[in-house]
Design a protein around this ligand. Structure first.
Ligand code: CO8
Length: 259
């Protein structure tokens, strides 16, 4: 598959995937999702790749969420399917046999932050900002965010971030445990490479087994994930998200009605 929205570089066995839509703050559209699917399902040969780094192009954004321009005219079923496809792709990243590090170099929002959370580790530059702003659009996270955010930062903090839509900076992200290192922007990729290089000196089967076993802790038949897909589809069909998405696209404040 020819990559159009992602850039792939492989150097000394480390694959760096860069989401390359800087004008849209690297928002994840259908093309980006399709290309991630391809890379993690068949495009990358994990028998020779030591590890993967995922980052965003430009200096402002890692990924500012799913592409909101694709949210119009979607009914419940289409919303469910879009969410379910994203779940499948992110699950393939989470279960990858080699370490995957999100090198968060700016805004990490919505579906972008959900992608970062599907990676095995997150490190960020000191200008990074994290959030799940879906509630501002009358939506909920649809790529695993309601389930994975709790795993990293705990229920209370997750509730606050999900319900307020507020962003946190790199210092707070480190304090919360959402990231494990904060670096100057120019050091970010080097730090990610160093971590992968160190892991590559260990037994590859042990590495793969540790990833699988750690992930297994969180697999409780995952009813929350099932629920999230259904509710995301319903939310996308709702009057509330029609208003939230239109307001964003029209660059105005949304006017949500109380039921
Ligand atoms: N989608 C589409 N376009 C975007 C997005 C996005 N998520 N984020 C930014 N852009 C575009 C802007 O519209 C703008 O485009 P243009 O230049 O054509 O007007 C360009 O990127 C630059 O953005 P801004 O001018 O807004 O830049 P600022 O520096 O002022 O602000 C922000 C940067 C804070 C990142 C701001 O752009 C913003 O708030 N973006 C939206 C963030 C957001 O709400 N993300 C969540 C989206 S919903 C989601 O991710 C759900 C995931 C699950 C989906 C499941 C099924 C689909």
């Amino acid at each position: 598959m020819e990559l159009k929205a992602l850039k792939l570089e492989i150097e000394e066995g480390i694959a760096t995937i860069t989401v390359n839509r800087p004008k849209a703050m690297n928002a994840i559209n259908a093309q980006v999702m399709e290309e991630f699917h391809y890379l993690f399902a068949e495009g990358l040969d994990f028998s020779i790749i030591k590890g993967v780094i995922i980052t965003g192009s430009g200096e402002k954004a890692f990924i500012a969420g799913a592409d909101i321009t694709e949210f119009t005219n979607l009914d419940k079923q289409a919303g469910y399917e879009k969410s379910a496809y994203g779940h499948k792709v992110y699950d393939s990243i989470e279960s990858c046999a080699v370490p995957v590090i999100a090198a968060v170099n700016g805004y990490s929002l919505g579906g972008g932050n959900e992608l970062a959370m599907a990676c095995h580790m997150r490190i960020c530059s000191d200008n990074a900002k994290f959030g799940q702003p879906e509630v501002n659009l009358g939506l909920i996270p649809g790529y695993g965010g309601t389930q994975r955010l709790i795993q990293y930062i705990g229920k209370g903090r997750a509730m606050e971030l999900l319900l307020t839509g507020d962003m946190i900076d790199s210092v707070k992200a480190l304090e919360y445990g959402l990231v494990t290192h904060v670096t100057p922007p120019e050091e970010l990729l080097n730090v990610a490479r160093k971590i992968i290089t160190k892991i590559s000196t260990k037994g590859p089967i042990a590495v793969s087994n540790i990833i699988g076993t750690v992930n297994a802790f969180f697999d409780k038949t995952a009813n929350g994930f099932v629920k999230e897909k259904v509710i995301f589809g319903e939310a996308l069909e709702s009057e509330e998200s029609t208003e939230g998405v239109s307001a964003f696209l029209e660059k105005r404040k949304p006017e949500f009605k109380r039921p």
